[in-house]
Design a protein around this ligand. Structure first.
Ligand SMILES: Nc1ncnc2c1ncn2[C@@H]1O[C@H](COP(=O)(O)OP(=O)(O)OP(=O)(O)O)[C@@H](O)[C@H]1O
Ligand SMILES: [Mg+2]
Length: 510
């Protein structure tokens, strides 16, 4: 290998440092991995790409000791490693930040990190605090040691997770879709951190991502998993996004994104916001007024933190208004509650799919969670009807699952389909949809966007909050841009461009 290759200080010429050899794993009928081999090297960013359900997380959970393979082994320096638990993995220098963080929410940063590294009963928080400060500076991961986890935004919680892994001395760091929970600015800074960890600390990083641009930007090598098999392993430099997508999809067709022709005739306003103002610790809304008509998709764009989260909270009934009102089909709701909104026909797909679903419950139970009254007599649940409802949703929404599978074991894309099925099968008058395709592969993204378009064509008024400008430009009939808690402009979706939206997002009015 030529030492100019890759941007990292790869220790060229040395043998790959960790081998996963011939790993297979089945869950009942599902073959998650079939004879997979992969090597990881220090000082290299190795991207793992593949459609939802391809087996990426399962493979990395095996490496980190969270799951045991049926067959196969893990080797370092010619010696087989026994990895029966994350503790074994950490001892072998392997750290992982799973998509679902494992921090104790009501404890502080320093307490969480002390817990993770605790091997004695007497915790010396003062010295852990010192170590955190030193590690923060070394790796460029600034955190305040005494902040309580629950008070931190997701990007900072993730930073704590990364720091925790690095402080345990890992030489390999697995990041499972780290950017799926972040907005654009935080993605950029995470990618910088990844480059720095590789070049300055020689850490070997596994980066799972569905975003080709991120892979092009930071990865040295990419392995593609398709239906449980490794179908390619190559250097990234010189590869285009299209080539990467081609590797991932094989012969499957990827439909090209197409804007729905803007509907000429919208119905009446179904959702109207009238002068909504709120103030919270994290942000505010300032006299926000606009409406969404039947059959219309209104996109909400903006740099994250400009009031989008507060808007969604108002429309999910979890944030009290200081002023203004929400009007649905002419009926003023005033102070919203989750119940009053649901009764008025408002459905919601929240930004955090894990928060709006119960992982331990079955797919069929999750599907009826928010309309359980429709499936219950006074004394018991109508199990047969729940099952039928679920089977038809699985067919209609093409979900790869069975009714009784625990929701938490579905791949990200399929979990999102369950939540969309729950939302749309009730034919809501209004759908509030936030970041619907985060973490979804190219195909699932296409499918989810087509579902949103279809629901709107059938008359649902859709409010789409998304940090993905391409998504907003593809779907929205009108785009409302938020800036400092207010709507700075509403533009026609068919003529809007990244530039016009970008200016408004920066606070510049045309
Ligand atoms: N504990 C489990 N029980 C049953 N099936 C499981 C379990 N864990 C994973 N699976 C199945 O194994 C397959 C691979 O899942 P995995 O989570 O590894 O996919 P992935 O590539 O990470 O997908 P995504 O991009 O959606 O995160 C899927 O079909 C999934 O439903
Ligand atoms: Mg996964």
């Amino acid at each position: 290998m030529n030492s100019q290759e890759g941007a990292g200080v790869v220790i060229h010429g040395t043998a790959p440092s960790i081998f996963l050899r011939n790993i297979s794993k089945a869950f009942g009928e599902t073959i998650a991995l079939s004879d997979v081999s992969l090597d990881l090297r220090v000082g290299e960013v190795h991207a793992l790409l593949g459609e939802n359900g391809a087996g990426k997380t399962t493979l990395m959970k095996i490496l980190y000791g969270l799951t045991q393979p049926d067959t196969g082994l893990i080797e370092a320096g010619g010696v087989a490693l026994t990895i029966n638990s994350p503790r074994d993995a950490r001892a072998a220098g392997i750290g992982m930040v799973t998509q679902h963080f494992s921090l104790v929410k009501n404890m502080t940063v320093v307490e969480n990190i002390a817990l993770a590294s605790a091997n004695t009963f007497s915790l010396d928080l003062a010295s852990v605090r010192k170590e955190i400060n030193a590690a923060s500076a070394k790796f460029g991961l600034e955190v305040s040691p005494d902040a309580v986890i629950s008070s931190l935004p997701v990007a900072l919680q993730q930073r704590v997770e990364i720091l925790k892994a690095l402080m345990s001395g890992c030489r390999y760091l697995i990041l499972d879709e780290p950017t799926a929970v972040l907005g654009p600015q935080d993605i950029d800074s995470l990618l910088e951190v990844i480059k720095k960890l590789r070049s300055e600390s020689g850490i070997g990083i596994v980066l799972i991502s569905h975003k080709m641009a991120e892979i092009e930007q930071v990865a040295d090598r990419v392995s593609v998993l398709r239906r449980g098999k490794v179908v390619s392993n190559s250097k990234v430099s010189g590869m285009s996004s299209q080539e990467l997508i081609g590797l991932m999809m094989g012969n499957d067709e990827v439909a090209v994104a197409q804007r729905r022709p803007t509907q000429q005739l919208f119905g009446d306003p179904i959702l109207a916001l009238k002068g909504i103002s709120v103030t919270t610790e994290s942000g505010e809304l300032n006299e926000v007024s606009f409406d969404v008509r039947s059959g219309e998709i209104v996109g909400v764009a903006g740099v994250s933190g400009n009031g989008q989260a507060e808007l969604v909270r108002v429309l999910s009934g979890t944030l009290a208004l200081d002023k203004g009102s929400v009007v649905i089909e002419g009926n003023t709701l005033g102070q919203t509650t989750p119940q009053s909104l649901m009764r008025a026909g408002v459905g919601m797909l929240g930004e955090d799919r894990h928060a709006s679903a119960v992982h331990a419950l079955q797919v069929m139970e999750n599907l009826v969670l928010d309309c359980i009254d429709n499936f219950a007599t006074k004394f018991q649940l109508k199990q047969k009807e729940i099952l039928e409802h679920c089977e038809s949703a699985i067919t209609q929404f093409e979900i790869k699952t069975t009714p009784k599978q625990p929701l938490g074991t579905l791949s990200g894309g399929n979990m999102q389909k369950v939540l969309l099925a729950r939302l749309f099968s009730r034919k809501p008058k209004v759908a509030i949809i936030s970041q619907p395709t985060r973490g979804l592969d190219v195909m699932a993204t296409r499918y989810v966007r087509s579902l949103i378009m279809q629901a709107s064509t059938e008359g649902t008024a859709v409010l789409l909050v998304s940090e993905d400008l391409d998504e907003v430009l593809e779907l929205a009939d009108r785009v409302a841009v938020m800036y400092r808690g207010a709507i700075i402009g509403i533009v026609d979706g068919s003529t809007a461009t990244r530039e016009t939206l970008g200016q408004l997002m920066a606070g510049i009015k045309q």
